[in-house]
Design a protein around this ligand. Structure first.
Ligand SMILES: Nc1ncnc2c1ncn2[C@@H]1O[C@H](COP(=O)(O)OP(=O)(O)OP(=O)(O)O)[C@@H](O)[C@H]1O
Length: 688
């Protein structure tokens, strides 16, 4: 029986096709797979007009045509395009559709188009000295996945500008590998890190010639999915096509199924598909559980993200979802404490203020080594965050990122901290971190079970205690495979200073991998956001530094707009004008636009302009297209969300955006997080 694979672009454009065409394509699937030569399907050769003789046309209603690529070997066919007759054939005319004989990746390319792009390169692109791509031989370019007919054109690339300009004409796999090499990787490193491919792929992964599409699904495939029939097509398309469910990058696929003996880590800048990887991995592990009683834990730092993940897991695989517990760290800690017999509650600011107040008025309070405010800060940042409950641990703890204090000062401070902890105990309350600490002790004392697999998102924001809790919940001592997978990004740490995972006994050395292709944000916004953190050493979550070499976005877009404004009224006006332009000129819906942080002047100006608004509340899901309104949210609230357009309202003279070099690292990272929520459009208002 024949197989029919569909291209990502066909599926992406499916809902825009006339209903009659959609219906015919759906019924076509089953009939074609039963007999591709069935004359009622009207599939015909187009030899004379097409550069590639494998191209076939299939008649659809209303003058539409599907472009189908027939194999030269095997019986796997590819449906790669649908449009009205003339447009469909014009699209296919000069293209070639081939499996790369070395990398085994399916590629679509147009030699003529590439050659004319090379000829039209501006003279301002002067060749760089010792440009890494210039040194590559014909054979190595072929090994890098460049299609043979494009090699002469690629040999003409001699600067980053030229690579960037020609990247739109290269198949994306070889674009990614070439970008890796241009950023300083060796060819083998680039194949591994940009594509997830071994330098010498296993023989079964290499096609038997460029026209052999057999086993495409098992290879490093970006864009093709095997559609088993009409029902399967419906399932793939659901309400709208969610590309992340169907089309993983080959490197993401590799990480999803990577079998490890110990904890593994995935890092990558914002928007590189870490969470997508984690969701797929959770489902993959749930589908391979040996014991039906075993459970997978998927946890996050923020409540908002855990709500989103729960929905995504169900969307991906209903059955697997039953074996996956999705919860955020604090809810998890509370559950463990309660199930282990604790009957208290988590305190709030009022409780804590009243305990501190009782300490400051105690006549026996000795001399303080710092101000009261500094003492309170020290408690939350050091004692609470590290789960310290005795003086010796406080004297020896590493206080990274905190102002220096002597051992004598620590000794003087400890009785105050002990008094605070006694105050908590007397009232039978825990701090949030205290609950994490109690939870860890409960698990270590075997009052709560371990999970078969644990997966963690937003690990960069976990405290040492939280990391220790995670460590205690996964079966590392038992020697089970894939005990823990952590995901995080040092660029996005907005709650605390860095803590190497090894300090919590989580050893990821040799099992840490980095994703480099940004799917969310245009290249222009990615570069702008990255520059906001220039000069800051970004860690790999384990005490090392990350390299952003080779990082790039999957698509391009307009440059971010920087608007200097004199005061909040002018800022609000600039934002309203920008929102109106996006809606009028780019057809953006109001719910696809978000303003952060927001101020009363902005709310008034939007309302006066008859624009509806929706304030994003903590712990409530963004209703998306179901509820209109320009979104307004704090930076912390919009972490984990994404929008087609973001306005970062930073015109207040005190906003860190106006003096980035002097700003606190956490503030800079917050602004990085906000900017990278934007897919296509970014407006930044700054102080004039
Ligand atoms: N293989 C893929 N194909 C298409 N889209 C993808 C793919 N992987 C991820 N995406 C999309 O890219 C966006 C970012 O993905 P994701 O949230 O997983 O990234 P992330 O690295 O976790 O981001 P952040 O750290 O900023 O939260 C999402 O819209 C997601 O659907």
């Amino acid at each position: 029986m024949a197989q029919l694979m569909m291209h990502r672009d066909v599926l992406k454009g499916y809902h825009k096709l006339p209903t009659k065409v959609q219906k015919r394509v759906a019924s076509f699937m089953d009939r074609f797979q039963a007999d591709p030569s069935d004359p009622s399907l009207h599939v015909h050769k187009l030899d004379e007009t097409m550069v590639d003789s494998k191209v076939r046309g299939a008649n659809l209603p209303d003058g539409y045509r599907a472009i189908i690529i027939a194999p030269e070997k095997g019986d796997t066919y590819l449906m790669v395009h649908i449009d009205v007759h003339d447009k469909a054939y014009a699209w296919a005319k000069n293209k070639r559709f081939e499996m790369h004989p070395k990398t085994g990746v399916f590629q679509v390319f147009d030699v003529e188009e590439m050659q004319s792009a090379v000829a039209q390169q501006p003279e301002t692109f002067s060749p760089a000295d010792n440009y890494p791509l210039s040194g590559l031989s014909h054979d190595n370019l072929f090994k890098a996945g460049v299609p043979e007919p494009l090699i002469p054109a690629v040999k003409a690339i001699s600067s980053d500008e030229s690579l960037e300009a020609l990247s739109d004409y290269l198949p994306k796999d070889c674009r990614d590998v070439l970008m890796g090499i241009a950023a300083g990787m060796t060819l083998d490193e680039a194949l591994d890190e940009m594509l997830g491919l071994d330098a010498t792929p296993a023989p079964e992964l290499v096609p038997d010639g460029p026209g052999d599409f057999t086993n495409v699904a098992k290879r490093a495939n970006f864009d093709l999915v095997l559609v088993k029939g009409e029902e399967h097509l419906k399932d793939i398309l659901q309400a709208s096509l969610e590309e992340w469910r169907i089309f993983l990058h080959p490197y993401q696929k590799k990480l999803v199924a990577w079998e490890t003996k110990g904890p593994m880590n995935i890092n990558g800048s914002a928007g590189t598909g870490k969470t997508v990887c984690l969701i797929h991995r959770a489902v993959h592990l749930a589908n391979h559980l040996d014991n039906p009683k075993d459970k997978v834990l998927l946890t996050t730092f923020t409540t908002n993200l855990s709500i989103t993940l729960k929905a995504y897991i169900r969307q991906l695989d209903e059955n697997a979802a039953d074996c996956i517990e999705v919860t955020n760290l604090h809810a998890l800690s509370r559950t463990i404490c309660t199930r282990s017999g604790w009957k208290g509650r988590i305190g709030d600011d009022e409780d804590f203020d009243s305990i501190w107040a009782s300490i400051w008025v105690n006549p026996e309070l000795g001399q303080l080594p710092m101000t009261e405010d500094e003492m309170v800060n020290e408690y939350w940042q050091v004692i609470d965050a590290n789960g310290i409950d005795n003086e010796e641990d406080y004297l020896t703890t590493v206080r990274s990122g905190r102002p220096r204090i002597s051992r004598k000062q620590r000794r003087q401070a400890w009785p105050v901290f002990r008094a605070f902890q006694r105050g908590l105990k007397k009232r039978n309350i825990l701090t949030v971190e205290g609950a994490v600490h109690q939870a860890r002790l409960s698990v270590e004392q075997k009052n709560f079970h371990k999970y078969r697999h644990v997966l963690v998102d937003e690990t960069q924001d976990f405290s040492l205690e939280a990391l220790k809790l995670i460590r205690s919940l996964c079966p590392i001592e038992e020697g089970f495979s894939d005990p823990l997978c952590t995901v995080g990004d040092g660029h996005q740490r907005i709650y605390r200073t860095k803590i190497p995972m090894s300090r919590a006994g989580i050893e990821i050395r040799g099992r840490s991998r980095r994703l480099k292709i940004n799917y969310r944000t245009s290249e222009q916004i990615r570069k702008y956001a990255q520059a906001m953190l220039q000069g800051i050493e970004i860690d790999d979550l384990d005490g090392g530094q990350v390299s952003i070499a080779g990082d790039h976005s999957a698509f391009k877009g307009p440059e971010p707009i920087i608007a200097p404004c004199k005061g909040p009224i002018e800022e609000a006006k600039a934002i309203v004008a920008w929102v109106q332009k996006l809606m009028k000129d780019y057809g953006l819906e109001d719910y696809a636009i978000c303003i952060t942080p927001y101020k009363p002047e902005i709310v008034t100006a939007l309302t006066d302009a008859n624009l509806s608004i929706l304030q994003l509340k903590p712990r409530e899901v963004d209703p998306g297209k179901d509820e209109p309104g320009v979104r307004l949210g704090t930076i912390k609230r919009i972490k984990g969300l994404e929008f087609r357009a973001i306005a970062l309202a930073c015109a207040d003279p005190d906003d860190p955006m106006n003096s980035l070099a002097k700003a606190e690292i956490l503030d800079r990272c917050e602004r990085y997080v906000a900017a990278t929520r934007a897919r296509e459009h970014l407006l930044v208002t700054i102080c004039h």
